[in-house]
Every structure is written in C-alpha cells, then in structure tokens.
Design a protein around this ligand. Structure first.
Ligand code: ADP
Ligand code: MG
Length: 333
C-alpha cells in the first residue's frame, strides 16, 4: 500500500464535521466563531528517512523541525500561534547535553522569527533512532485559508522562489568531497537552504488576503509530486513551462560543475518550502506587488487546464513543456 492510499483508507473512516477541513490539505481547518478559524498541522522527522544525524548539526535539525511544520501554516496563508514538540531520543543523545541544547536553540531561534512559542509536547526514549514530531496551531481570518482545492481552469500556476536548491544541498551533504574553492560559496548557500529552510509565512498571509489567489500549498516533496495534489483536489490538469522554472545561480553553477540536471532537481527534489499557488490571470499585478512588498518575486510557471482525466491512471495530468519525460517527486513509502 502506498503512502497516499494508506492516508485515504484513514480518511474514509472519519466523517468531517460541517465547516471543517480534514485530511488532504496542508492543515486541518477548524471554525472558531470569532471571525477567525484555527489551523492545525503535524509533521514528523525520522532519523535515516528525513535526516542523517552525522550530516546535520543539532542546531540546524532543531531549526528545520520547527520550520517545516510552520511552513504548512504558511501554505494556507495563516499565522502560526504555537508549536508542540514530541521527541523520542536514542541512548546516544539522551546524555549529550550539548547536542540537546543546540537542538533547542535552533528550534527556538526559528520560532522567535514568527513569535511562535513552543507550548508543550512529549519526551521519551527510543531504542535506536531519533524521531521528532511537531504539531503547530495557527489561525487565519474565517473562510480565508487558501486550500489545495480552489484552483480554477485558466489559473496561472506560480511559485514564490527558486526550486531545487534544497535538493542540491542534500546531494552535496551526501557526497564525498566538495568542489574546488571557487564553488565553495555556492555550495554553502545550497546546503544552508537544505538545513535551514525559511517558511514563507508573511508571503502566504499576503497572498491569502487577495481574492484572486485560488489555491495554495507549500513545496515539501517537489513540484512534480506537490502540484499533483492541487490538481487532484481541484479536478484539473496543468501545463508547466519548464523554461520558466526559477533556478538559482548557485544551482546552475554547481549542477554544471557536477554534471547534475538542474531541471530534474527543480522538479523532483523536495524541501524547498516555497509556496506553490494558482491565481486568476487578472490578479497578476496585485500579486506581484504583494510579493515584492515581502522581498519576493512572482514566478509564473504554467497554467491550469480544464477537467483532466486524472483518476484511474487515465493519462498524464501534467504536460511538462520543454522536456520529453514525466516526473515524479519524493515518495515517502
Ligand atoms: P504535507 O506534506 O503538507 O505535510 P502530507 O503529504 O504529509 O502533507 O499529508 C497529506 C495530508 O494527509 C494532510 O492533510 C495530513 O494531515 C494527512 N495525513 C497524513 N498522514 C496521516 C495520518 N496518519 N492520519 C491522518 N491524516 C494523515
Ligand atoms: Mg505542506
């Protein structure tokens, strides 16, 4: 059974109360009745699957654990209010005060950026691997959280920043040796993108305030995989213009030096934590201004096309213009 098949089997057993949003979006949405709605999200990081202890510092792991969770609040255009941390510690770390202090410092530095305190959690021992499980509570103006399901035919598909940097950073972390001196600065930037992602909270909030923004999510598993979630939820298909994908100078330089395909990294590697969203074509100017106000650029990478045969494997739901292959993003199972 695949990851999404399993999640679907859970979803079928639980009716979603009227006015709530349940499984299938970046956050659950719970009505509050005071002009706001609550957002709740939860994501786990498991040693050996999401990180290797000898390749990421304790500080960065703490930072990243909070960041990837807060990113799911950004994905709906919400404000993070508080996080909860559950952690299962293997014997090697239980007595390592420095590692534990550094982890908490990283978590706390990221949280401070969003004035989002850690308010509770759970600590236990693990026989072997480190497991970190974070939940975040957030809020948004009632009815204004941006869902994956709101995309309309003709919408422009957009991203908030460069793709593939984190994936390249991971490849560098896993690789044996670094390139020569002149590439060091670029490599450092890519590795930092992987180890210390910055969730797009302010960008998400400004986008959610614009009615022309119809659907949104954060890019955690790679564009090829994540875009399919919006398409499935909205019942659409898409054209993606591969020459319009934003690729950083660092990604291009290192890819050329190492013989990597930057486009493949941009499409299939995860953890960029940029926002992926679809907009009405007549909102472009307003959205460009909103993003520029947050130090970001609007990258239009394609458009939504109508009523795909997206179920039952009835054909490709994404046309990748400019390449001759289909792409699949990161799969957890
Ligand atoms: P994201 O990448 O945004 O964190 P996921 O792909 O992890 O989203 O999850 C997709 C959806 O499935 C989310 O709505 C999440 O809450 C739900 N989900 C995942 N695993 C489970 C589970 N074990 N039980 C209930 N819901 C789950
Ligand atoms: Mg998400």
């Amino acid at each position: 059974m695949g990851e999404f098949e399993f999640i679907d089997s859970i979803r079928k057993r639980f009716a979603v109360p009227e006015g709530f949003t349940g499984i299938g979006d970046d956050c659950a949405v719970i009505p509050r009745g005071d002009g706001l709605e609550s957002l709740v999200t939860k994501d786990m990081l498991v040693e050996g699957i999401h990180f290797l202890l000898d390749r990421i510092s304790a500080y960065d792991l703490g930072w990243k654990s909070a960041a990837v969770n807060i990113s799911d609040i950004a994905a709906m255009g919400g404000t993070p209010l508080a996080t909860f941390l559950s952690i299962a510690l293997p014997p090697s770390l239980r007595s390592d005060k420095k590692w534990l202090d550094d982890f908490v410092r990283g978590y706390s530095d990221l949280s401070a950026r969003y004035s989002c305190p850690l308010l509770g959690g759970d600590t236990c021992s693990s026989p072997d691997k480190l497991c970190i499980d974070v939940a975040v509570l957030g809020s948004a103006p009632a009815g204004r959280s941006v869902k994956r399901s709101g995309a309309l035919p003709g919408d422009l598909i957009c991203v908030s920043g460069c793709l593939g940097d984190s994936g390249a950073g991971l490849k560098l972390l896993l690789g044996e040796c670094l390139s020569d001196e002149k590439f060091r600065a670029s490599e450092k930037i890519l590795i930092e993108k992987h180890c210390r992602p910055v969730p797009r909270v302010e960008v998400g909030k400004s986008l959610a305030a614009i009615p022309g923004v119809h659907s949104m999510m954060d890019l955690s598993d790679g564009l090829a995989s994540d875009l399919r979630h919006i398409l499935k939820a909205s019942g659409l298909s898409a054209h993606i213009e591969c020459s319009s994908l934003p690729l950083s100078a660092e990604l291009l330089a290192i890819s050329e030096c190492r013989g990597w395909d930057p486009l493949e990294l941009a499409l299939t590697s995860g953890e960029d934590y940029e926002l992926l969203f679809s907009i009405a074509p007549d909102s472009v100017r307003e959205i460009e201004q909103a993003l520029e106000g947050n130090g970001c650029h609007l990258y239009i990478i394609g458009n939504m096309t109508g009523n795909a045969e997206i179920n039952a494997g009835a054909g490709p739901d994404i046309e990748w213009v400019g390449v001759d292959r289909d792409f699949i993003g990161f799969r957890h199972f």
